[in-house]
Ligand binder design. Structure first.
Ligand code: ATP
Length: 551
C-alpha cells in the first residue's frame, strides 16, 4: 500500500494542511467517510501547484455547512442537486466538498440521474483518468491512494485520457475541460481521446452543454495562472462563444491582466497572498458590456466570487478616496491604511489607479518604504536591551518605523536618543566574587547567575542519599527481594548449607588428626578454653610449627 500522506503533507501549504485536517475532522464527527479527490490528488502526484482542495464525502455535505462555518470557513455557494458546497477555508483556501455519487446520463443535454455511491463508483463518473483518483482521509486507511484507472501512469506519461468512449457525449463540458488542462499543463490528449474529441467537435455536441457547467467553467478560468493563454485556446476551439456569445479575446484587457499577474507575483514575494480571481474576471471581461458581464456573473456558482467581482471597482474607488484623504495624510498613516486593507483591493488598485498620488503611495508602499525598514538600528537596540524578548518590542519597533517614515527621525543619533528612555533598566551588577567559605554560600544564594557548566558540576557533585546498609536490607527486604530470595535462592541456599556442613566436618576431622599428632602446648592454652578455640587458634596463627605447635 503506497502511503501518500507524507507526499500530501509535503506538497500542501500550511493553510491547506489545516484545511484538510478541518474537513476531515468535521466529516468524521458527522460519521461520513471523507476523501481528497480530483485535481488536488493529481497536483499532489504531478508536482503542479495545488490550487484548490476537492473533498468527496460519503453522505450529504450540505449537512456539514454549519460546522464548517463555526470553524471559520465561508460558504461561497451550494448546489442542492449535485450535493456540493463551495467553501473558502480559513487562510483563504478554496475548497469544494461534494457527495460520492454515480451520474447516469440518459439523454445528451439532460442532467444526469444522481444516486449516492461508494468512492470507487464516484471515481467512475469523473472526466479524465488523471482526475479519477482519491486519497483516503479516514482512520485506518489514511493515505491510501485509490486509482482504478491508473491515472498515476497517465500523469507519468503526461497524457489526458477519458474514462470511456461516451465521455464527451455524456457531458460536453468535458471538451472545454480537456482544452483547459491541455493548455495549462501542456499535456496532449491520448490518441483515442483525441479522436473522440475531434468527433464530438465535428458533431457539435457542445450545443448540449448544461448551463450549470458553463458557469462552473467560467469560474475555473478565474483561477488560472495564465488565463489569457487558456482563453485564447478556448477561442481557437470555439468554446469561448459557448461560455458567453459575445466573448472574444479582443474583449480582454490584456495589459491590465499581465500587470495584475506581475503585481500579484511582487506581492507574493513580499509575503502577501491576494486572491486575484475577481480581478482576473474583471480584466477578462473588461470590454464586454454591463449586461453581458452581469449574465456571466449570474452563471458563476460561487456567489462570493461573483459578488467580489461585482463590487471590485466600487471598493477600489473607496480605497483610492481614503488614500487621497486625511486618513493617509502622512506616509505612516498611509502605511497603516494599506496594511489594514484587503490585499485583493491593494492588488487591484495597484493596477488600476489613475490618480498620480494614489499610484505613488502604493508604489512607495511596495518599494521605498520597505527599504526604510532596514534603517531600524538593530545593534543599537540590542545594546539598549530592546530585543524581541521584550513584550513591548513590536510596539517600539513600529513606532520607530513610523517616525522614520514620516522623517521625524533621521540619523542614528536621533534614533538612539529616542530609544534611550524606552530601554528597560539594566540588570543589577553581579556581586563581587567571594573566596573561601563565603563563595559556597553566595553560589547557593544566587543560582540564576551561575554559568551552565558550573551548574552541571554542582549537579554531578550533589549530595547523594546514602543507600541502605546491607544489614538494613537483610532485615527489611523489599517484596521483590523476598520473592527472589524465596524462589531463586532456595536451591542455592540448600547447596550452600550442605557445603558448609561438609566443610565443618572436614575441619573437625583435620583438627582431630592434627591434635592427635601434635602435643597440646601448655601456655597460652588452658583447659577451660572451649575446644573449638583450641582447634582454630593454631590454624589462625598459621602454624603447626609456630605458635607453640612445634614438637
Ligand atoms: P483545477 O486544478 O482546475 O481545479 P480540477 O480537476 O480540480 O482542476 P475542478 O473543476 O475543480 O477541476 O473539478 C474537481 C474534480 O471534479 C475534477 O478533478 C473531476 O474529477 C471532477 N469533475 C469536474 N467536472 C467534471 C465533469 N464535467 N465531468 C466529470 N468529472 C468532473
Amino acid at each position: 500500500m503506497a502511503d501518500y500522506i507524507y507526499t500530501m503533507e509535503l506538497r500542501l501549504t500550511p493553510n491547506q494542511q489545516k484545511g484538510v485536517t478541518l474537513v476531515q475532522d468535521i466529516a468524521r464527527n458527522a460519521g461520513m467517510n471523507v476523501y481528497l479527490t480530483g485535481g488536488a490528488v493529481r497536483d499532489i502526484i504531478s508536482g503542479f501547484p495545488i490550487r484548490d482542495l476537492d473533498f468527496t464525502v460519503q453522505g450529504n455535505p450540505l449537512k456539514l455547512q454549519k460546522e464548517l462555518e463555526r470553524a471559520g470557513a465561508v460558504i461561497g455557494g451550494a448546489d442542492d442537486d449535485f450535493k456540493t458546497i463551495y467553501v473558502t477555508l480559513p487562510g483563504g483556501v478554496r475548497a469544494e466538498v461534494s457527495s460520492a455519487r454515480t451520474e447516469r446520463y440518459e439523454k445528451t443535454g439532460k442532467p444526469p440521474v444522481i444516486t449516492p455511491a461508494t468512492i470507487i463508483e464516484d471515481l467512475r463518473r469523473r472526466d479524465f483518468t488523471v482526475n479519477a483518483m482519491a486519497l483516503s482521509l479516514n482512520p485506518g486507511s489514511r493515505g491510501l491512494l485509490m486509482d482504478p484507472f491508473n491515472g498515476a501512469a497517465d500523469i507519468e506519461a503526461k497524457l489526458l485520457r477519458i474514462l470511456h468512449n461516451y465521455a464527451f457525449v455524456e457531458d460536453p463540458s468535458r471538451l472545454i475541460r480537456a482544452s483547459r488542462f491541455a493548455a495549462r499543463f501542456h499535456w496532449p490528449m491520448e490518441e483515442r481521446t483525441q479522436a473522440r474529441y475531434e468527433s464530438a467537435k465535428e458533431n457539435n455536441y457542445i450545443e448540449y452543454i448544461a448551463d450549470r457547467t458553463i458557469g462552473y467553467e467560467i469560474e475555473q478560468l478565474a483561477y488560472e495562472d495564465d488565463p489569457f493563454t487558456v482563453i485564447r485556446v478556448f477561442e481557437k476551439e470555439g468554446w469561448l462563444k459557448i461560455l458567453s456569445p459575445h466573448w472574444t479575446t479582443a474583449k480582454v484587457d490584456t495589459n491590465g491582466l499581465s500587470q495584475l499577474m506581475k503585481t500579484r507575483q511582487q506581492m507574493n514575494e513580499l509575503g502577501y497572498a491576494p486572491d486575484p480571481s475577481p480581478a482576473v474576471l474583471h480584466f477578462l471581461t473588461a470590454r464586454l458590456n454591463d449586461k453581458e458581464a452581469s449574465d456571466i456573473r449570474k452563471a458563476i456558482p460561487r456567489r462570493d466570487l461573483a459578488e467580489a467581482w461585482r463590487d471590485l471597482e466600487d471598493n477600489a474607488k473607496d480605497l483610492a478616496k481614503r488614500l487621497n484623504g486625511k486618513e493617509a495624510a502622512t506616509p505612516s498613516r498611509t502605511w497603516k491604511l494599506l496594511t489594514s486593507a484587503r490585499p485583493e483591493m491593494v492588488l487591484f488598485l495597484a493596477v488600476t489607479a489613475r490618480q498620480q498620488a494614489v499610484e505613488q503611495k502604493i508604489k512607495n508602499f511596495f518599494t521605498k518604504w520597505r527599504q526604510i525598514q532596514q534603517k531600524i538600528p538593530l545593534p543599537e537596540m540590542t545594546e539598549l536591551l530592546i530585543t524581541p524578548s521584550l513584550p513591548e518590542y513590536p510596539k517600539i519597533a513600529e513606532e520607530v518605523f513610523m517616525l522614520l517614515l514620516d522623517g521625524k527621525l533621521r540619523s542614528r543619533t536621533e534614533i538612539v536618543k529616542f530609544l534611550k528612555p524606552l530601554a528597560p533598566p539594566p540588570p543589577p551588577p553581579p556581586p563581587p566574587p567571594r573566596r573561601g567559605r563565603g563563595a559556597k554560600a553566595a553560589a547557593a544564594q544566587a543560582p540564576a547567575q551561575i554559568a551552565q557548566p558550573v551548574l552541571l558540576l554542582q549537579w554531578l557533585r550533589r549530595p547523594r542519599i546514602p543507600s541502605r546498609s546491607r544489614k538494613h536490607k537483610r532485615r527489611h527486604p523489599s517484596s521483590l527481594a523476598r520473592y527472589r530470595r524465596s524462589s531463586l535462592q532456595n536451591g542455592r541456599r540448600r547447596r550452600l548449607h550442605q557445603k558448609r556442613r561438609r566443610a565443618g566436618r572436614s575441619i573437625r576431622l583435620f583438627a582431630h588428626h592434627w591434635l592427635a599428632s601434635a602435643p597440646v602446648p601448655a601456655p597460652p592454652y588452658s583447659e577451660q578454653w572451649p575446644s573449638w578455640l583450641l582447634v582454630f587458634l593454631p590454624l589462625v596463627c598459621s602454624a603447626p610449627p609456630g605458635c607453640g605447635g612445634s614438637p
